[in-house]
Design a protein around this ligand. Structure first.
Ligand code: OGA
Ligand code: MN
Length: 293
């Protein structure tokens, strides 16, 4: 039997069966998965016990792996995982949960705000692929919201108002919203804001979606309070339950999402217990500000 996709809800998500991600994909399987990503925006695979290398091999079916530089504050000597993997666990290099007051831990709390991966990069990410190696006993669900369904549901007046707006995104805005405000000069350089369209067209389907993210902290031509309240209102609209799928993790789950038409966030969990989640990221190919509205 071939690969099968079963929709989770009309707005977002599908479960995938009939494929083993520890083995190389055929070109046809990769094309089927890519087409399903366009349609469902996020896919859930169960019982995929991939190694780091197998996860990377699966990832490159969809494009080159994104360069992780400038995406976190972890010093190279403190990294737990090899290049090409984003560590979104709560673990240090010693394999133990990070100290509650460690800077790395505090920075990672930013993943609990709704965001689209790498929206703080001039060319934001295409897909993210997250593999659950150790699941935390309490909480830690990941939620996914369809920015395409959220855009479609806006009234015509709001669509016209926001269609051409350009936002500024930076990791300092998302972390700043949580009171994480101290950066070295080098980090400030690294986290310089980039510009993104607020409404983007999907590179393969052309469908419009809201490009929201907690990294968005300003809108060109607007005062800060005006921009922030508009972004907050749109985010509140876009993350209503009808646009959201909540994923409860089991070990061996592999979830992939299209950052070009979704936002996600992880919910709080027991930080004293391990949660080992490893992400690979497919690089995007174009700046959103180069798109016509
Ligand atoms: C990510 C992320 C959520 C999670 O990997 O990009 O936001 O569930 N992770 O850890
Ligand atoms: Mn993320």
């Amino acid at each position: 039997m071939g690969i099968q996709f079963e929709a989770i809800k009309p707005e977002i998500g599908a479960r995938v069966t009939g494929v083993d991600l520890t083995k190389p994909l055929t070109r046809e399987q990769a094309a089927q998965i890519e087409a399903a990503m366009d349609r469902y925006a996020m896919l859930v695979f169960h019982k995929q016990y991939v190694s780091d290398e197998q996860q990377k091999s699966f990832t490159v079916n969809f494009g080159p792996i994104e360069n992780a530089r400038g995406g976190n504050i972890t010093k190279p000597e403190d990294k737990r995982l090899a290049d090409g993997l984003n560590d979104v666990s709560n673990l240090g290099k010693d394999g133990k949960p990070l100290a509650k007051d460690s800077r790395q831990h505090l920075f990672n709390i930013g993943n609990m705000l709704w965001h689209s991966d790498s929206s703080f990069r001039a060319i934001p990410a295409k897909y993210s692929i997250l593999s659950a190696r150790v699941v935390n006993p309490v909480g830690g669900n990941t939620e996914f919201a369809s920015m395409r369904a959220a855009y479609e549901a806006l009234d015509a007046k709001t669509k016209a108002e926001i269609d051409d707006l350009i936002c500024e995104h930076s990791l300092m805005y998302s972390r700043g919203a949580l009171g994480f405000l101290d950066y070295t000069e080098q980090e400030k350089q690294m986290f310089k804001p980039v510009r993104q369209r607020l409404v983007r067209a999907h590179p393969s389907t052309g469908a419009k979606s809201l490009f929201l993210s907690s990294h968005a902290g300003g809108i060109l031509g607007m005062t800060m309070p005006e921009a922030r309240i508009l972004l907050r209102d749109l985010t509140e609209h876009a993350t209503q339950p009808q646009f959201v799928y909540v994923h409860k993790w089991q070990p061996g789950d592999l979830v992939m999402w299209d950052n070009q038409q979704t936002m996600h966030r992880v919910r709080r969990y027991d930080e004293s217990q391990p949660r080992d989640m490893r992400r690979t990221t497919v690089a995007g190919s174009a700046m959103t500000i180069e798109q016509a509205a």
